[in-house]
Design a protein around this ligand. Structure first.
Ligand SMILES: C[S@@+](CC[C@H](N)C(=O)[O-])C[C@H]1O[C@@H](n2cnc3c(N)ncnc32)[C@H](O)[C@@H]1O
Length: 330
């Protein structure tokens, strides 16, 4: 199914009483601008298209975001230099990725930018997860106020680090915690999934969840929904295995325009090529928070709460615009 039916989406925006008229206008306008400068990963010219257009339209925010993305992999000096060059000189994405790889193999320190004291005291993900968990705990209903009984499922749990961090931050009993994932995802293998400190089960081959109806109090989808092709199937399954009044937590990228979309695709491309040594293009479909609300709403999962994610007490946000939201099965 087409993820966004424009007419339906626009009337969903119009019927929303919790956003301003300005937000409504801008959200609708941005959808009409999609595809104006966008080129896909197969074009092999996303880096250049992004930087060259950001430069022409004198958009310092987009240029800084590119520096931040590249800096993650090759350090600030090289990232700045590469971004300046890309303003005027065309180079294919492959050439740039190869160059980044060479720089990293020459200088191992480049891939690990220095963190300041605040981040050493509390890593970004610890900070993020404690904040979201606090919101969850402060909004528990009487029926599940005994956290040791809460049943939690993390879908697309990957290496499981965040599943464990969430479980500990909420105070869950790890016997009641499950992770699930597909088999095909590059860096995570059966050995890793066998070593989690919570229970693990693969998704079934047909994309359904291998769990009974009305079973979980909390389900999370952390940075994974944008990889799911059959989104209505998965959300239907989430609805099935959640108890009535159960909550879904998502962490997603808030993707509004062609720049956001290309930046996210490039980020995944960099991780694939430089970290996982895999330059296959995996499926992705990025949306903004209102579009995700619309997709959840059409699957009868009701929006509760939304917030941008700060990575520490300094209120810095991330260049890849991550946010979290909670939904409820009524
Ligand atoms: C970027 S990783 C995030 C992993 C983990 N949630 C984290 O934040 O560290 C994306 C995850 O989504 C999973 N995934 C991709 N497509 C999926 C699907 N159709 N159903 C369930 N999980 C999927 C991948 O296997 C991978 O574990």
């Amino acid at each position: 199914m087409n993820k966004i039916d424009k007419e339906e989406y626009f009337s969903f925006i119009d019927s929303n009483n919790e956003i301003t008229n300005c937000e409504k206008k801008v959200l609708k306008y941005l959808t009409t601008q999609l595809g104006k400068i966008y080129v896909d990963r197969k074009s092999d010219k996303q880096f250049y298209t992004y930087v060259n257009n950001a430069n022409k339209s004198q958009n310092p925010t987009q240029l800084s975001k590119m520096i931040i993305l590249l800096q993650k992999f090759i350090g600030y000096k090289q990232a700045n230099k590469l971004t300046q060059e890309l303003k005027y000189n065309f180079a294919t994405d492959k050439t740039i990725l190869k160059r980044m790889d060479e720089l990293r193999s020459k200088d191992k320190k480049l891939s690990r930018p220095n963190k300041n004291d605040v981040y050493n005291l509390c890593s970004s993900w610890k900070y993020i997860i404690e904040n979201i968990s606090l919101y969850y705990l402060n909004n528990l209903t009487e029926s599940n106020s005994d956290v040791s009984k809460i049943k939690y499922l993390d879908i697309g749990c990957g290496n499981g680090n965040k599943t464990t961090m969430f479980s500990k931050a909420i105070g869950l009993n790890l016997d009641n915690v499950y992770g699930t994932d597909i088999k095909q995802w590059g860096p995570y293998d059966a050995e890793l999934h066998g070593s989690h400190d919570f229970n693990f089960k693969y998704l079934k081959e047909d994309g359904t969840l291998d769990f009974p109806d009305n079973h979980f109090d909390l389900i999370s989808c952390v940075l994974m929904l944008h990889h799911v092709e059959s989104i209505d199937l998965l959300l239907g399954e989430i609805r099935r295995v959640l108890k009535p009044n159960g909550k879904i937590l998502i962490i997603e990228h808030d993707c509004h325009d062609d720049y956001d979309k290309m930046l996210l695709e490039l980020l995944h491309g960099c991780f694939g090529y430089l970290e996982d040594k895999n330059d296959e293009i995996s499926y992705s479909s990025y949306h903004n928070w209102m579009e995700w609300n619309y997709i959840f709403n059409r699957n009868k999962l009701h929006f509760n709460h939304f917030n941008y994610i700060f990575v520490n007490i300094d209120h810095n946000t991330r260049f890849d615009n991550i946010y979290y939201a909670f939904y409820t099965k009524k």
